[in-house]
Design a binder for this molecule. Structure first.
Ligand code: FES
Length: 455
């Protein structure tokens, strides 16, 4: 009878909206699997997270010339980015102010104006309505601002990375990024020059919840088994050394760090992608230039470590493969993924090709890594429906110690921020682990609480 009661308690959906069970005293951190399948959760995520957070949209290098444009969905909304004649980057909703048609139906290109296919309204590069058939048919001025393309409420740029925010009252991008800016810098400085996006873009979908790929993208622990074939078969077949630390230890050397605002990083002692082993001399030259530019200590931080960096909620930088990735859910069990390679501007074509080969052979949609991950995540999602014996996922690894790279602190930071935003509660002092017996842990108000006076 006792066993039966236990089963009912475990299988029942939590009565409150809290999906994260964070217990520092017990060293336990669990996420209810309703967070991956519930339509209501997705609706709340759209309102409380994707419509409030700074979202990565593009890199400035993608629109280098006046008239360059690209149309892409960001945070589920169709947007149009245009470089105007004075060099300003403009971001618009790609929807006609007349009756809503998609104004720009090409993905990218160069234009002087944009003419809507439906009734022929024409907009300039700053979004102003400049021509329309039979303008006299309308009272008032045809070039009134409300007749132009609607600007995205906020757009700010850091190191060429263009972010937008649908919340006009959001904090600044710099405040939002906080101490994650330091890790973005470490990511972007690897070639000793500014980076640019390599031509082309990967676009694929996965039949699983978007948060599973967030977890997976900063999860060093899974590489050991999920990608065993790549590290221990494909690389030796190519005459390259296998990733030996994957064989000898479940604790990847390195560390996991919870950064400001739910951002997080897993940092490993992995210098570069495996295929770059054949370019040791050229990489040595790059490193010497980094020492000249930044000094030995910072050059070492840039060149001697690999990092998987999450900018909450859905932007990932993966340094081993020089990849930027964004994720967006179109349903609880379905996500769309966009990915780009970022490369130093003035690097030799030989090194650029090696970096691209490295990226595509592992993280390309048909590479050795992505299909492994896609298969694994879709299998997880099926497991949420097909007789899983518990409705909770365990993300507690490393709670009782200084987390190493293959622990799960980085995921806990994400989930704590996620829960705080869905709750609409005050931000805690940290999204990292708090030591057992601390005031915050003892508080009945849980992880979103800073342990202060609640009266
Ligand atoms: Fe664009 Fe009518 S909907 S001109």
């Amino acid at each position: 009878m006792i066993e039966e009661t236990k089963t009912i308690q475990v299988m029942r959906k939590p009565s409150s909206q809290r999906m994260v069970d964070d217990d520092a005293q017990a060293g336990s951190f669990r996420v209810n699997r309703g967070a991956f399948v519930d339509e209501e959760v997705l609706k709340r995520e759209r309102d409380a997270i994707f419509d409030r957070c700074w979202l990565y949209a593009m890199h400035e290098s993608e629109l280098s010339q006046a008239g360059d444009y690209l149309a892409r969905k960001v945070g589920g909304k169709p947007l149009l980015f245009v470089r105007d004649r004075v060099g300003t980057l403009n971001g618009f909703f790609n929807a006609c102010p007349h009756r809503g048609m998609t104004v720009c139906r090409e993905k990218s290109g160069s234009a002087r104006t944009f003419t809507c296919f439906y009734h022929g309204w024409t907009f300039d590069l700053q979004g102003k309505l400049v021509a329309l058939p039979d303008a006299a048919g309308y009272a008032g001025k045809p070039d009134a601002p409300e007749k132009g393309l609607k600007h995205v409420p906020r757009m700010e740029i850091y190191r060429g990375l263009v972010f937008i925010n649908f919340d006009a009252d959001a904090c600044s991008l710099q405040e939002y990024l906080g101490n994650a800016m330091e890790y973005i810098d470490l990511m972007l400085d690897f070639g000793g020059d500014e980076v640019e996006i390599a031509p082309g873009q990967q676009r694929y979908s996965i039949r699983s919840n978007w948060k599973l790929l967030v977890e997976n993208s900063i999860d060093v622990y899974h590489a050991h088994s999920t990608h065993n074939r790549y590290f221990n078969k494909f690389l030796p077949d190519m005459g390259l050394p296998a990733r030996t630390w994957l064989n000898v230890s479940d604790q990847a050397p390195g560390r996991a760090i919870a950064l400001d605002n739910g951002h997080a990083v897993a940092e490993t002692m992995v210098r570069s992608g495996p295929l770059l082993k054949t370019a040791a001399e050229e990489l040595g030259e790059v490193r010497r230039k980094l020492v000249e530019k930044f000094g030995e200590e910072r050059a070492s931080r840039i060149a001697d470590y690999g990092r998987n960096l999450l900018i909450f909620p859905n932007l990932l930088f993966i340094s081993t493969w020089r990849t930027i990735r964004t994720i967006y859910p179109t349903a609880p069990g379905y996500m769309e993924v966009d990915a780009w390679a970022f490369l130093p501007k003035n690097e030799s074509s030989h090194l650029k090709k090696l970096r691209m080969d490295n990226f595509i052979s592992f993280l390309g949609p048909a590479g050795f890594g992505t299909p492994d991950d896609v298969s694994g995540l879709e299998s997880c999602q099926r497991g949420f429906f097909e007789g899983a014996d518990t409705l909770w996922s365990d993300i507690s690894r490393g709670m009782h110690r200084d987390p190493v790279a293959s622990d799960e602190l980085q995921m806990r930071a994400f989930w704590r921020r996620w829960q705080t935003m869905l709750d609409g509660g005050p931000a805690p002092d940290t999204y990292g682990d708090t030591p057992p017996n601390s005031q915050a842990d003892a508080c009945e108000h849980g992880a979103a609480c800073n342990g202060g006076n609640h009266e």
